[in-house]
Design a protein around this ligand. Structure first.
Ligand SMILES: CC(C)(COP(=O)(O)OP(=O)(O)OC[C@H]1O[C@@H](n2cnc3c(N)ncnc32)[C@H](O)[C@@H]1OP(=O)(O)O)[C@@H](O)C(=O)NCCC(=O)NCCS
Length: 165
């Protein structure tokens, strides 16, 4: 049996997702998400769980524009990192892109090498104007945000990313 299962999230997962995201947000790694946001956007989320059903990670694929999606709210419990859980969560989001007809995805992040390993390339944030209009201008960090934009064009072939099994 696999060590961790990646699956679509449901309402019962929200409180565990909220506390994982809050812990990482307190360290400045990502934006915190309110419970009401998580309940309302639950369809965007995947979670990773142990065989006992404990939630150890989550990640969202959020449609942004006609063919553009964002990978966001990605977190894995600190002591379980570097075992492939985060990579599996992002790959699950990438697989869902075909169903949603999303051809380009991006993440605003500090995790350059993690996303590079999954086939993303660094781009200037100016190539994501819809994200800037919709969210960034309302963020406390704007315009001095030090996150980088990592971008993946799914039209350029199938993305596997490194597997360690
Ligand atoms: C970013 C994050 C989600 C990655 O989760 P993770 O479970 O550690 O991800 P993975 O294990 O798939 O990959 C992490 C690294 O371990 C490596 N790795 C994965 N499985 C491995 C294995 N079995 N053996 C050795 N190395 C392994 C990956 O190649 C990757 O290396 P790199 O980052 O140096 O390129 C996690 O670090 C995290 O929660 N960070 C805080 C929140 C955050 O920054 N979120 C991103 C916001 S966009």
């Amino acid at each position: 049996m696999a060590e961790f299962l990646t699956r679509k999230a449901n309402i019962d997962d929200v409180k565990a997702m909220h506390s994982l995201l809050l812990e990482s947000a307190r360290k400045g790694m990502l934006l915190p998400r309110a419970l009401i946001y998580l309940y309302g956007h639950i369809r965007n989320f995947f979670v990773a769980e142990t065989p006992e059903g404990e939630i150890v990670g989550c990640c969202a694929l959020a449609p942004v524009w006609e063919d553009l999606g964002e990978i966001c709210s990605l977190v894995v419990r600190e002591e379980l990192r570097n075992r492939g859980v985060g990579g599996d969560l992002v790959r699950a989001c990438i697989e869902e892109c075909a169903q949603l007809r999303l051809r380009r995805i991006f993440a605003l992040t500090y995790q350059e090498s993690f996303f590079r390993d999954l086939g993303f390339v660094m781009v200037d944030k100016d190539v994501l104007p819809q994200k800037i209009w919709a969210d960034c201008v309302n963020c406390a960090k704007y315009p001095d945000c030090d996150e980088i934009a990592m971008f993946l064009d799914l039209g350029k072939g199938k993305v596997e990313g490194p597997r360690h099994d």
